[in-house]
Design a protein around this ligand. Structure first.
Ligand code: ZN
Length: 756
């Protein structure tokens, strides 16, 4: 943990002019001295910390009852968090209505009386050496917007969006004056939450400030609304992204100029399910401040989000620490329920295994009481994390690079980006269930070197690909890389209009005949089935037979199964074909659109090859005419769709360094420590309990909580022999062979250290 010492003359020598300025400011302001911090910033080796804040004010429009936060005590919170093994505390200070510091600008809640929670927390934090980070809300400034309605985001018709603030308005300078007040307390950092231009319609901002800035930059007027058919909208998107960028940079620069040692992190929203509405792109908006912070939580994002987000944050800020926030409540932040320990263990160890540092959010009782059971469980949870510290932070072994195209998100996803995300999420889900190491790649920052970090790259329905990207893919495959292409990847121009020919046709080894209508195509393997005329492959029959058996391994022959999602009909020009694509009976209906669009209909006629395999230079390209990845993440998930994808991965990367076989509810994260020559295999079990029908929103059942540890078998196989393997949990039974470890595990998290 970082150590600090308080004032003394020498800090002036070390910190120079900036500190002098700050010092003078604080003398005038009557504030305290800043501290000199340890050489290493607090987050550098952090593993687990707490965020503690009140609940209630945001739900009563500025008029909470007098008890609100009456016993929310900064000193007590610091002590309780330290006792629960937290390594830092993010203390709630400013929200939309109030602040919990002594401010000349913002009101404090009445229940606080004369107390200053931030002062209490900072003094106690300094006394016991716990870094204090300030939770500072940027969006939804209800208090300010009542006084300055002219700062509200405006829609194209001029109507304000009452809860959203325009980041191009004078609000920015207003925020700085509050930041300066808080900086004078000697805090260690700011968590700035969040730079959000809206999570969906209505859309802004057409305020006077924005109009003027836009005109200065682009020389013309803003588009008249959200028009996806207009190139102006492309410019408008750029403007919106720049708005977030400028605001984040401006605040970061301001804080760093006041005190370069104070850390800045923003709550990031460049990952699914968030899209252009928020005003962020994956890579660009993750790289503000000292590190990126995001959220997981199955209450809002699903259980797979822990691993998805951690891997995503790692990929958008390569080489940097990254923070993921989770909550102790059963349903969401503000419910003040407490999850069972094993439920929190599953989520925490998933995130830690992927290399995140994790903040547990506690929203306290209305008056500020801290739930003792929550802190007991968090103490145990964090204690276990610290005992296992040496197992975290190593580089993961990633065999599959999942490619994300922000251009596709924006111009094909448009107002329904979830449809694009679903293919990406299905790719991730396949990797997790089938235990393939994965990472993410982004069109925003793609290079040939980044592609070459992966033996194979997956393009899940990446509809829009530029010539530059396709050139890189070709270069990558020519030199031995492998591609997995699904759905309608490469079939759209940069504004989302369909192209006559796929950008990827040379790599695929086939011509695009047409996109398939509907989203309920089927695939079948085996020679029989309905009559179909598919052009003959140019490959010798034995090669075709081998490919067929590998791709369709374990899948019943002559059985069509649904791969719901976008599909294409291809005519091979050099690719080997495997399996058959079928359309559905929808096409045979007198009025296809009248049949329920959300429900798939049964397999009808063969329309083209199911899978195409092409050799290009030293590498291979496997193309699915359908989108099994979309299907895997959808509501009509046939397990075989996932097995098919896993077979394709094994076909493209036949020899993994480490192959894990385990139940589908167990995630494996394999990391390598080349200096110590240790491969670590983390196995994390998601062991949710069954649920009953919900009182509302049936049939959308929330997952049950994890109460018990599972008992399951797993096997680890190694390409090269290992010397030995040891388990962390003494209950785990291992049989260690030369290149294989067989396991019987009874835990939510186990880590097997394999020395090589
Ligand atoms: Zn504006």
């Amino acid at each position: 943990m970082d150590s600090y010492f308080n004032p003394g003359g020498i800090f002036l020598l070390r910190r120079g002019l900036i500190v002098l300025v700050l010092w003078a400011y604080m003398l005038l302001d009557g504030g305290s001295f800043p501290r000199i911090r340890a050489a290493e910033p607090w987050f550098e080796n952090a593993l687990v910390g707490m965020e503690v804040g009140p609940t209630g004010a945001q739900f009563v429009e500025g008029k909470p009852a007098s008890e609100y936060v009456s016993i929310f005590d900064g000193r007590d919170i610091v002590r309780r968090c330290a006792a629960a093994n937290a390594e830092y505390l993010v203390i709630w200070v400013r929200d939309g209505e109030f602040t919990l510091h002594e401010s000349s600008i913002l009101p404090k809640p009445m229940g606080l009386g004369q107390r200053d929670v931030l002062r209490e927390a900072v003094e106690e934090g300094q006394r016991i050496g716990l870094p204090i980070i300030v939770y500072f809300q940027l969006q939804y400034p209800a208090f300010e917007l009542r006084r300055h309605p002219e700062w509200k985001i405006r829609q194209a018709d001029g109507k304000p969006i009452d809860y959203l603030v325009c980041f191009n308005s004078p609000y920015r300078d207003h925020v700085k004056t509050i930041l300066a007040e808080v900086l004078s307390y000697g805090v260690d950092g700011f968590h700035l939450d969040m730079v959000d231009q809206g999570f969906g319609p209505p859309t802004g901002c057409w305020c006077d400030h924005c109009q003027e800035l836009y005109k200065n930059q682009f020389g013309g007027a803003m588009p008249e609304g959200v028009h996806w058919n207009s190139r102006d909208w492309d410019q408008m998107l750029r403007f919106r992204y720049q708005t977030s960028d400028r605001f984040k940079k401006n605040l970061t620069d301001y804080i760093k100029q006041m005190d370069p040692d104070v850390t800045v992190d923003f709550n990031y929203h460049g990952n699914p399910p968030f899209s252009w509405e928020v005003g962020q792109t994956p890579v660009r908006h993750a790289n503000h401040g000292d590190f990126v912070t995001g959220e997981a939580g199955l209450w809002s994002f699903g259980a797979l989000t822990a691993s998805f987000n951690a891997a995503w944050y790692r990929a958008v800020t390569p080489g940097k620490p990254f923070q993921v926030a989770v909550q102790r409540g059963v349903r969401m932040y503000h419910d003040q329920t407490t999850r069972p320990l094993n439920d929190m263990r599953w989520e925490l160890f998933t995130l830690l295994a992927h290399g995140a540092f994790v903040t547990m959010i506690d929203k306290v009782a209305y008056h500020g009481w801290l739930d003792p059971v929550a802190y007991e469980r968090i103490g145990e949870l964090f204690g276990e994390a610290q005992a296992k510290r040496s197992h975290f932070g190593q580089a993961p072994i990633e065999e599959v690079g999942i490619y994300f195209s922000v251009r596709t998100r924006d111009w094909i996803g448009r107002d329904q980006a979830a449809r694009y995300f679903q293919s990406v999420q299905g790719a991730h889900k396949t990797c997790v269930y089938e235990h393939h190491g994965f990472g993410f790649l982004f069109d925003e920052s793609i290079t040939i070197e980044k592609l070459r970090n992966f033996p194979m790259v997956w393009l899940p329905n990446a509809g829009i690909l530029t010539e530059h990207e396709v050139r890189l893919f070709r270069q990558y495959v020519m030199s031995g890389g492998n591609l997995l292409i699904t759905g309608q990847a490469g079939q759209y121009d940069s504004f989302g209009q369909p192209l006559k020919e796929s950008m990827l046709s040379r790599l695929i080894g086939a011509k695009l005949t047409r996109g398939l209508e509907g989203k309920d195509p089927w695939i079948q393997f085996g020679a029989e089935g309905k009559p179909v005329e598919i052009p003959a492959s140019t490959d010798p029959p034995e090669a075709q037979g081998r490919a067929t058996s590998l791709i369709s391994n374990g899948i019943r022959k002559n059985w069509p199964f649904l791969i719901e999602g976008p599909a294409s009909v291809y005519e091979p020009t050099g690719a080997t074909t495997v399996g058959t694509l079928f359309n559905s009976h929808r096409i045979a209906l007198p009025n296809p659109d009248a049949y329920n669009k959300e429900w798939p209909l049964s397999a009808n006629q063969a329309v083209g090859p199911g899978v195409l395999i092409n050799t290009v230079g030293e590498g291979k390209v496997v193309t699915f005419a359908g989108s099994p990845d979309f299907a895997v993440a959808g509501e009509h998930h046939v397990v075989e769709a996932r097995k098919l994808l896993s077979n394709a991965i094994r076909f493209l990367v036949p020899q993994s360094r480490v192959t894990v076989t385990a139940p589908a509810n167990v995630e494996a994260v394999v990391t390598d420590d080349p200096e110590q020559r240790i491969l670590r295999v983390h196995l994390i079990a998601y062991n949710a309990t069954p649920q009953t029908t919900p009182a509302k929103n049936r049939p959308f059942v929330l997952p049950g909580l994890i109460e018990d540890t599972p008992l399951y078998r797993a096997t680890i196989e190694f390409r090269e022999p290992i010397k030995n393997a040891v388990a962390d949990d003494s209950k785990t039974r291992l049989e260690v062979g030369r290149d294989r470890v067989d396991l019987l595990i009874e835990n939510i998290h186990e880590v097997i250290q394999c020395h090589y």
